[in-house]
Write a protein that binds this ligand. Structure first.
Ligand code: ADP
Length: 293
């Protein structure tokens, strides 16, 4: 990841929600870099901050502190008008619920045309592109169907076509397969991967589903408003997996988050001994007087 310039950079990103007199820290200093053209997933338990991070990257919410850039856009600096343009041109969204993705009284093709109409694209051009996008997602035979006449998986593929309408560089998908069966999920992932390969769009998928690691290049785990583990998958040119490795994330301040299971296994608390070895660093429980070498 280090040899490719980062498309997305989050540095010490903090988001605090104020609810009455209470402060909820949804993100507690997230450091994350995502390369242009990457297809990655954010996983983690409910409440870990995944949606908050997505909303910030999508220009739907602003962080409380830290730094976040997407391409040349500094998301802390955008004014209202720039935010609207950013959301319309630079990002596509796919949500779990159809009602959030599609207007129920418009046909599939009209739904795909809508973001282009809002961006001032002429009628002929947008009809042609909408048709082409729907063909690309395998729904060329469903152009005039309304969402309620499509299956859940088909609705999500129309939603992907809508999200891609204005050729965004970033596609954010929040639980895109949350309400469909495994066969439809397969097709949704394939459609996302096709756009990633053909249009070079960077894709971030938020999910509870750890099996997503087989579909993406990298999985970043979130826990308590921070990134925790990372799973990297290396593939050959034909897309076959060569290796899958699990990492903990090393942030800019040199902090590592150890897997909870390891901490529990060794009964570690409060502090650990750290020893530099020839080619690795040893982390030991701090047991007074124990010979932990
Ligand atoms: P996830 O997507 O991983 O389930 P969220 O980003 O939705 O996590 O939430 C992270 C934390 O922030 C949770 O404690 C949640 O209750 C809180 N939170 C999220 N959105 C809001 C909001 N609009 N107002 C107050 N608290 C919020």
């Amino acid at each position: 990841m280090t040899d490719t310039p980062s498309f997305i950079e989050c540095e010490n990103l903090v988001k605090i929600y104020k609810v009455a007199d209470l402060e909820v820290v949804a993100l507690q200093g997230v450091d994350l870099r995502i390369a242009q053209g990457e297809m990655m997933a954010l996983v983690g338990p409910s409440g870990s901050g995944k949606s908050t991070l997505m909303n910030i990257l999508g220009g739907l919410d602003t962080p409380t502190a830290g730094r976040v850039t997407v391409g040349e856009n500094n998301l802390l600096d955008l004014n209202r008008r720039e935010q609207v343009i950013y959301r319309r041109r630079e990002v596509g969204f796919v949500w779990q619920q159809t009602a959030r993705n599609l207007l129920t009284y418009l046909s599939a093709i009209e739904n795909v045309e809508l973001p282009m109409a809002l961006d001032g694209v002429g009628a002929g051009e947008r009809r042609q592109r909408a048709q082409q996008l729907l063909e690309q997602v395998g729904l060329g035979h469903r152009l005039t169907h309304r969402p309620d006449r499509l299956s859940g998986g088909e609705q999500q593929r129309v939603a992907i076509a809508v999200a891609m309408a204005n050729r965004p560089r970033l596609l954010l998908a929040d639980e895109p397969t949350g309400e469909v069966d495994s066969e439809a999920a397969e097709q949704i992932y394939k459609t996302l991967r096709d756009f990633n390969r053909e249009a070079g769009v960077t894709i971030i998928i938020v999910t509870h589903d750890m099996t997503v690691s087989t579909r993406v290049d990298r999985v970043v785990g979130m826990r308590d408003g921070r990134t925790s583990i990372e799973i990297l998958r290396r593939r050959d040119e034909g897309g076959q997996t060569l290796s899958e490795d699990e990492y903990v994330i090393l942030d800019r301040a040199g902090r590592l988050q150890l897997p909870q299971a390891y901490i529990d296994k060794l009964g570690m608390e409060e502090r650990a001994r750290v020893r530099l070895q020839q080619d690795h660093i040893g982390v030991y429980p701090d047991r007074e007087g124990s010979n932990d070498r």
